[in-house]
Design a binder for this molecule. Sequence first.
Ligand SMILES: [Zn+2]
Length: 274
Amino acid sequence: MEFIEVADRVWVQRHEWFDLNLTVIAGTTGVAVIDTGASELFGRGLRDQVRALTSTPLIAVVNTHEHFDHTLGNAAFDDVAIIAHETAAANTPEAAVRGIAETVDDVRADEIRSSRIVPATETFASVRALDLGERQIELVHPGRGHTGGDIVALIPDADLLIAGDLIEESAPPAYGPDSFPLEWAASLDLVSSLAPAARYVPGHGAVVDAAFVAEQRDQIATVAETIRILAADGVRADAVLDSGTWPFPREALRHAVARGWAQLPRGSLRLPMA
Ligand SMILES: [Zn+2]
């Protein structure tokens, strides 16, 4: 798989394994890699590719969130700073264990399972700058959504934003058992406000524009609103998926409903109708 230069010294590789995007950003004094793939072996290959792209020293790795397909390659970068949101770093071991359990049928399951689990070594809560020389990368936690520790990386001079799985192009947004369906749209509002005219690199799939992000944000808001309305109407949690009109396939929303229900303010739940 190859890296494509999508902006000046910003390369993105859309890898067929999990359709994952990996990003490399070079400045005059340092290079950063965003997300590291689903295994330690994959991470080693990634590191070799980064070295072939640029001779500028690698100074940091960033995890957009804790999921195994974004972090198990960290082990290949354990001699440089690995940066993530504090929640993502704390949840990385648990997310790795869950990912290993979910991928027992993957052709590369052995490779996934044998990876060392290396959480981020440098964490932050809301904002952090990453200095690559003449170029500053802004790392921002816009709020919770896909996970509790999502961050995005803004490259202001390239008008490019690396969004992690807060945005997905090749599949519906992934609502997992650790997602925050009711907060996700507001987090995307903040992401959009950071870079209104930007192009966005999603966690999985093709680079998208602001119109795509706005549409996905509205769909995510519709999921939250539908959960709120059905809860207020007294629909039972186990009947919600069959009752609502949803913007994504129902099978993609099982966790969204369960999580949304659990996260509703107490007063908004009516007793289920008999
Ligand atoms: Zn994810």
